[in-house]
Design a protein around this ligand. Sequence first.
Ligand code: FES
Ligand code: FES
Length: 169
Amino acid sequence: MTHSPLPEANLPGRVVSITVNGETIAVEAADEDTLLHVLRNKMGLKGSRFGCGAESCGACMVLVDGIPSYGCTTRAVDIGGRSVTTVEGLALAGADILLQAFLEEQAGQCGYCLSGILMSATALLAETPAPSRAEVVRALDKHLCRCGAHNRIIRAVLRAAASREAGIQ
Ligand code: FES
Ligand code: FES
C-alpha cells in the first residue's frame, strides 16, 4: 500500500512562544497557520471569530502589542515573542467599563461581530480616552455588523468613554 504525502497543513511546524492574555505559551505552528487558527484550535480561545478570511469583516480582530490586527491573515509564526490580547483577555486589559457599556446599550444582536469590535474599541480608548463620534466611526471602519447594530455599538463606545471620564467603574 502506498501512502500519499501528508497535506501541508499537517506537517510539523515551528514552536512559537506567544504571550496571550498575559500568559506565555509555547505552541507548534506551521508556516501557513494563521494566528486565528492557533488561538481557536490550539489554545481553545474561541472568542475571536472567522468571517471572511480576507481582512474584510473584522470578526477576527485581536490586539498584537496593543495594535488591532487581523487574526485571519497574521501568521502565527510571526507573532513569536509578542503580546496578543483576545476578547477573553479584555477584563485583564481593564475593559470592564466597555463591556458594561455594550450591555447597557444592548449593542449587538447575534454578537458575531462583537469580539472583534471590542478589540478595536479597546485600542481606540487606550489611545484616545475621549473620542468624538467621528473618531469612533473611523476606528470601527474595518468591522462589519450584519445585524445593523452600528448605531448602538457607536453609542456604547461613547458611553464607555463618558463613564471612564466620570470615574464610573
Ligand atoms: S475573518 Fe479576518 S477580517 Fe474577516
Ligand atoms: S451583532 Fe450580529 S453581526 Fe453584529
